[in-house]
Design a protein around this ligand. Structure first.
Ligand SMILES: CC(C)(COP(=O)(O)OP(=O)(O)OC[C@H]1O[C@@H](n2cnc3c(N)ncnc32)[C@H](O)[C@@H]1OP(=O)(O)O)[C@@H](O)C(=O)NCCC(=O)NCCS
Length: 329
């Protein structure tokens, strides 16, 4: 009988830009208030990249930390997979640029576009590659520099987002641990609720596209909110059913950090108490595909991280996409 592999996270890392933009800073830029932002979203501050910082800059830093924790070198990597909607450029992929920065010439490289669910999609892909024996050591990243596609005159979106990168090293193991299951879904009919219409083959960059502000993120916040609450609940209960875990067995719920009210609604639906719910949205805002791997690195840097296991990861995002994963350390 052939060997059965499981995919285990053996290293984590994250990187955020130094510059912090607080709600009080935003009060000077648009008609908003710290009180409104905190009460509607839970966000107090976010990190914003300078003009010389790109997705690959943050991703490379996060990757180096994750490789150090895992005790591996660039030569050990077989695949670099980057989840992002803010790549350095349409092509080559940000994974290829990070590969060059890391000097990891033996790897396959690819980017995936699944919005804020990108990291969960990535886990699902990596899990399949490892289970089938195709790759044994993979670098998976969620990397976003959303500040570069944010319309800083639109108060309904510019308060929400932040920049950052999270990385994990995933290795094949013969023990039953690591990724216990993943679940991913999409519904393209809802794509128009959250999109950046410019810069692709439909609306290539032109004077008209720039004048029309098509290169900025557009969002119908209210509808996204309603969809998110439903999708996060559905993805969480599905992964519990699929893995046979009970909600009370979950050590830590790691939800995508989009809005504290969406996080609370998800935890409430699962009857998971607040002390088991990981929240860092107050410090980072919504960093899209980076939010879950940043949280994983913060959890892992706590000496008692094994007590936080098993973890239920759940996200939703542009596409629309949604998904979940259950993992153990
Ligand atoms: C964006 C979001 C915080 C807005 O909160 P909301 O409670 O839905 O607020 P509304 O959009 O209904 O707006 C309520 C009022 O606040 C105003 N408002 C919007 N942004 C504001 C801001 N930054 N400061 C002050 N007032 C603001 C609106 O203009 C509106 O005023 P009106 O009633 O006079 O028209 C919320 O809808 C949300 O988080 N949606 C999900 C977004 C998301 O997660 N996106 C990422 C997906 S991965």
């Amino acid at each position: 009988m052939s060997e059965r592999y499981y995919a285990e996270i053996v290293g984590t890392g994250h990187a955020v830009p130094e510059r912090i933009l607080t709600n009080f800073d935003l009060e000077k830029m648009v008609d908003t208030s710290d009180e409104w932002i905190v009460s509607r979203t839970g966000i107090r501050e976010r990190h914003i990249a300078d003009e010389n910082t790109y997705a690959s800059t943050l991703g490379t830093k996060a990757a180096i930390s994750a490789m150090e924790m895992a005790g591996i070198g660039a030569d050990d990597l077989e695949l670099i997979l980057v989840a992002t909607v803010t790549p350095d450029m349409p092509f080559p992929s940000t994974a290829a640029i990070i590969q060059k920065n890391l000097n990891a010439p033996k790897t396959a490289v690819m980017d995936i576009s699944a919005g804020c669910t990108g990291f969960i999609y990535g886990l699902s892909i990596v899990d399949s590659y490892i289970k089938t024996g195709i790759f044994k050591t993979v670098l998976l990243l969620g990397v976003e520099v959303l500040s570069k596609i944010t319309d800083w005159t639109d108060r309904s979106t510019c308060i929400l987002f932040g920049d950052g990168a999270g990385a994990v090293i995933i290795r094949a193991t013969l023990e039953r641990k690591g990724i216990l299951g993943t679940y991913i879904k999409g519904d393209g009919r809802l794509g128009g609720l959250l999109m950046m219409p410019g810069g692709g083959s439909q609306n290539p960059a032109s004077k008209e596209s720039v004048d029309g502000r098509l290169h900025y993120l557009k969002m119908s916040g209210n509808e996204v909110f309603k969809f998110a609450v439903q999708a996060m609940g559905e993805a969480s209960t599905t992964i519990l059913e699929q893995t046979g875990l009970k909600a009370e067995e979950i050590g830590t719920l790691v939800p995508h950090q989009a809005n504290i009210r969406i996080i609370q609604a998800t935890a409430k639906r699962l009857h998971i108490p607040p002390e088991k719910v990981y929240v860092n949205i107050d410090r980072y805002g919504n960093t899209s595909s980076a939010s879950i791997p940043i949280a994983l690195d913060e959890i892992r840097s706590n000496g008692n991280y094994k007590a936080a296991s098993p973890l239920l990861l759940v996200a939703f995002g542009a596409g629309f996409t949604w998904g979940s994963a259950a993992i153990t350390w």
